[in-house]
Every structure is written in structure tokens, then in C-alpha cells.
Ligand binder design. Structure first.
Ligand SMILES: Cc1ncc(COP(=O)(O)O)c(C=O)c1O
Length: 363
């Protein structure tokens, strides 16, 4: 079999998702499990989105509108861009892969940050190109380091902003400086999966680069704050030429009709977003305070999750927390061997996590 498989696939490993609740129930025979492992929104989707899906069920015998025209129209209005600036993906995950397939050949290089969302590296590996990993500075993408890592072979730079799993962001000043200094032939991908959570005033509005017709793709998703992760829908924003190339290899019906309807309806529910932001803000305060009381250091986060140092092998803490009915993520595979990442959930979920963490760490 090995001989049949493309060489660069041989060394790849499947992506490890957060553990599903049902699996933990089955494995450990416990119930009332809290999942704070995949940066989802525990609040659940907007009622408008749910109603839109219900109304759409009767038409499931039909294929979806392939390009998601109505959703793109709604997004274009919101972003003050044209529909031609937008592409939908089966999650931003799919868009990351489409970008890699359109632009990367074996001899090319991509630049990513160490400790960044792992799907960029996987996309580079998929295409068999060189993945240049720049060390972080204080848990944050080091854009000066990125600049130094760019060579004549660099095709794409991936910037997760805020980054998962660190929750850190790069500021407008840093991004502007970076964008002034890089060659125009390099494509810059800003992955802004947690965009709507960010309240920091110096966070960059990178859509401006698309409006300036730069070689930039901005990625956003309905999986996180919109609480539609199970539907798999995200979008990319770029100049029409880039979108056109991505469309050439986009599977014909890559986003399903219910996802398109739900996403479009979710855009109209500002109060759902507002409530979620408050929930996360309050939860963050509670968790920060708790970590400080427990003498655990954490990375201040601009998103809906926190990376916290549990001062021992995080896999063990992860397993111990599972037995207490709390699913978090151990961050060894990202190089943070004593850190877990916890998603901020409902108040009751956060409190259950705190109680379990105190028990497990004997604090
Ligand atoms: C930074 C980042 N980008 C992209 C994704 C993928 O999101 P989607 O559900 O839209 O595929 C995630 C999911 O965890 C993420 O953390």
C-alpha cells in the first residue's frame, strides 16, 4: 500500500480533534460531561439560525446553491465588498486546504508560527512543500521573525489572529509594519476565526488590505461565536482574482443548504453575539481570577479560550479532568507540554471545570 500513497502523505498524522462528549460517556461510563475542548460557543446557536434551518428542511431534496450566493450577498453588504470578493468553505478548514492546493508546489515554502493552529502546517505537508516555523515571542506570532524567514521560494504566510491555542493577537501597528516590508508576490493569509471576540482597540482590520487589492486572504467562520460548528461553514475574503482561482477547485456543493440558511440568519442576530461576548468576558474574568488564586500562570487571551500552565504533564491533567467529567485539550502537540487549553463556557461549566481542576491539582 505504501507504494501507492504520495510520499508526503506517508509521514502525516490525522488531525486530533477535541474529544466528543458521547465518546467520554462511553469510555468512562459517566454522564453530565462538560466539553470545553474545541473553542465552541456553549451558549448554542441563535434562534433565528435554528428557525431558518427548520424552514429549509423541506427543500433538502435539492442541491444547495453552489456558491452560496445569498449568504455571500449578505456578507458583502456587511463588509462593504462585492460578492466576487467572497468564497464559502466547509469550515475555514476547507479554505485553508483549497488555498494550499491552488498556490503550493513541492519546491515552495510557507511560513507559519510555532505554536500556531496546526492546519496550516498540515496544508503545507499535504502539498509536499517546506514549512518554515518561526519561534513565538512571548506566546505571540513574531512578525519580525516572519519577515526574516521569507525567501524567494516563500509563497504563503499564515497568521492566526488571534492564534489558537495561545489566544494572543498581533496588533495593527505590527501588521501594518509587516505588510509594508514584505514582497508583493507573497500571499498573506489572516485566519480570524475568533475575530468577533476581540475587543482590544489595536486589533487590525485586515479586510482593509483586501480593499487595497493586496495579496491577502482573510478567513472567518460561523463555527465559533455564531455557534454553528457542526454545520461546517466559513468564508474567505480576497480580491476577485484570488477568489476565482479558489473557485476553480472548490467542490461544487461544498457548503450545504442548511448551513447557508443558518449562517445568513445568524448574521441578523446582533443580540446573540452581544450575549455571547458578555458570557465570555465574565467567564474569562472568573477563570483569570481563579488561576491567579491557584498560582497558575496563563496567557491573556483575546479569544474564547485560555492557555494555562498546570506545571506538570498536561496529558495527565487532561485525563484526570476527564474522569471528573470535564473535557479540555492537552497542548503537548503544540509544544506546550505543561499547558492545557480551556474554552470559556457557561458559568455552570466554568465552575465545574474550576472545581475539577482544584481537585485534580490538589489546590
Ligand atoms: C485559528 C483557527 N482557524 C480555523 C479553525 C477552523 O474553523 P472551522 O470550524 O471554520 O473550520 C479553527 C478551529 O478551531 C481555529 O482555531
Amino acid at each position: 500500500m505504501k507504494k501507492l500513497v504520495r510520499k508526503n502523505i506517508l509521514n502525516m498524522q490525522p488531525y486530533l480533534p477535541g474529544k466528543p462528549i458521547k465518546e467520554v460517556e462511553r469510555e468512562l461510563g459517566i454522564s453530565d460531561i462538560v466539553k470545553l475542548a474545541s473553542n465552541e460557543n456553549s451558549f448554542g446557536p441563535s434562534k433565528l439560525a435554528v428557525d431558518a434551518m427548520k424552514a429549509g428542511i423541506a427543500e433538502l431534496n435539492r442541491y444547495p446553491e453552489g456558491s452560496g450566493l445569498y449568504l455571500r450577498q449578505a456578507l458583502s453588504k456587511k463588509l462593504k465588498l462585492k460578492c466576487e470578493n467572497l468564497i464559502l468553505g466547509n469550515g475555514t478548514d476547507e479554505l485553508i486546504e483549497l488555498i494550499a492546493k491552488v498556490f503550493l508546489d513541492v519546491k515552495d515554502e510557507i511560513v507559519v508560527s510555532e505554536g500556531a493552529f496546526i492546519r496550516y502546517e498540515m496544508a503545507g505537508d499535504l502539498m509536499g512543500c517546506k514549512v518554515v516555523s518561526v519561534p513565538m515571542r512571548n506566546f505571540t506570532h513574531d512578525l519580525e521573525g516572519f519577515k526574516k524567514a521569507i525567501t524567494p521560494r516563500t509563497k504563503i504566510v499564515f497568521i492566526a489572529n488571534p492564534n489558537n491555542p495561545t489566544g494572543t493577537y498581533v496588533s495593527k501597528n505590527d501588521v501594518d509594519r509587516f505588510m509594508r516590508g514584505i514582497p508583493s508576490r507573497v500571499l498573506v493569509v489572516f485566519d480570524e476565526a475568533y475575530y468577533e471576540y476581540v475587543e482590544e482597540k489595536d486589533y487590525p482590520q485586515t479586510v482593509g488590505y483586501v480593499k487595497q487589492r493586496r495579496n491577502v486572504i482573510v478567513l472567518k467562520t460561523f463555527s465559533k461565536i455564531y455557534s454553528l460548528a457542526g454545520l461546517r461553514i466559513g468564508y474567505g475574503i480576497a480580491v476577485p482574482e484570488i477568489i476565482d482561482y479558489l473557485n476553480r477547485i472548490r467542490p461544487p456543493f461544498n457548503t450545504n443548504s442548511l448551513a447557508q440558511l443558518a449562517a445568513q440568519a445568524a448574521l441578523n442576530d446582533a443580540s446573540h453575539l452581544k450575549k455571547t461576548i458578555k458570557l465570555v468576558k465574565d467567564g474569562k474574568k472568573l477563570l483569570y481570577r481563579t488561576f491567579e488564586q491557584m498560582d497558575l500562570s496563563y496567557v491573556p487571551s483575546a479569544a474564547n479560550f485560555i492557555l494555562v500552565d498546570v506545571k506538570q504533564k498536561s496529558r495527565k491533567v487532561f485525563k484526570d479532568l476527564l474522569r471528573e467529567g470535564v473535557i479540555v485539550r492537552a497542548m503537548e502537540e503544540y509544544g506546550f507540554s505543561s499547558y492545557i487549553r480551556v474554552t470559556i463556557g457557561l458559568e455552570r461549566e466554568n465552575r465545574k471545570f474550576i472545581k475539577a481542576l482544584k481537585k485534580v491539582l490538589k489546590k
